[in-house]
Design a protein around this ligand. Structure first.
Ligand SMILES: [Ca+2]
Ligand SMILES: [Ca+2]
Length: 287
């Protein structure tokens, strides 16, 4: 009996692929779990996290990607795959290179020396609707057309995207869709204590006047600053900093890219930004 068992174990070991996920995930699908939004603070409210499910705990980003997730059919390798839609752009006169800004947003986090997200760029359809955009239009979430783990869908205005119209102070939004099993329960197949992200999508609100000029003309919002913030969410970072009201204005302390309100141009990650990013990604693939 003992011998037979060891023979089975040996056979299993020899037959096992490098990846050891053994279950059948055919019934798994994704649900929209959280929205992180960055606001101007003009309405006196700091943008934050909107929890669409009650079982997510304390409002921090408790979801993360699974290294070499067998469910992510859009991947060509184990790392995080990102996409940039090049066709949903803005015509704002002070925004000269929106795609460059979206690339800078990816590179800013990838350039942190602690970080090895094993990023891969997937070349995605330039103008097709994002999955969340499609959800708002149809009421249906489907992963069938997924092209990347994290996609910057681009610029939409309030008439195209109800979430912006509902809150006119929202500059950008990052959505997280999380894997659920056939019973609708959030999954954690890599047992790291974080529910497993299926995809994230980032949108920018073109109702604002955007700029990427060095001096940020009056009345404009610095696009690279917002893009870096949103891709921070794309790479699993949460908001932080204390938002307080001083002389009628919201201020954030410490000042950081991942503050929940926009406080002007800030394209270099501050100490807390780097710490937050590194505490997660320096451990990859074991984060
Ligand atoms: Ca997990
Ligand atoms: Ca605009």
């Amino acid at each position: 009996m003992k011998k037979a068992l060891s023979a089975i174990i040996a056979a299993t070991c020899f037959a096992a692929p490098v990846t050891t996920f053994a279950n059948d995930y055919a019934g798994h699908t994704a649900v929209l779990t959280t929205i992180e939004y960055l606001t101007t603070g003009a309405d006196g409210v700091a943008g934050g996290i909107e929890v669409l499910r009650k079982d997510l705990g304390n409002g921090q980003l408790v979801q993360d990607f699974v290294y070499d997730d067998p469910r992510s059919f859009w991947r060509t390798g184990p790392g995080v795959h990102y996409g940039i839609k090049s066709g949903n752009l803005s015509t704002d006169v002070n925004l000269s290179d929106a795609i460059g800004g979206m690339r800078l947003a990816v590179d800013t986090w990838d350039d942190q020396t602690c970080s090895n997200m094993m990023l891969v760029e997937n070349y995605v359809d330039a103008t097709s609707p994002g999955l969340v955009q499609n959800f708002f239009n149809t009421g249906v979430i489907t992963l069938a057309f997924t092209e990347a783990d994290v996609t910057q869908v681009g610029f939409l205005d309030g008439t195209e995207f109800p979430y912006f119209a509902q809150n006119p102070n929202v500059l950008g939004v990052a959505f997280t869709l999380t894997w659920v099993d056939e019973n609708g329960n959030l999954t954690d197949i890599d047992n790291n204590g974080k529910s497993d992200v299926a995809i994230r999508e980032v949108y920018y609100n073109d109702d604002f006047e955007w700029s990427d000029a060095e001096d940020t003309p009056a009345g404009t919002i610095d696009f690279p600053t917002v893009a870096i913030h949103e891709m921070g969410h794309g790479f699993s970072m949460a908001h932080f900093g204390v938002i307080s009201r001083k002389k009628g204005e919201l201020t954030a302390s410490p000042r950081a890219i991942m503050n929940a309100i926009y406080g002007g141009k800030l394209r270099e990650p501050a100490g807390r930004d780097v710490g937050s990013h590194c505490s997660n990604w320096a451990q990859w693939p074991n984060n």
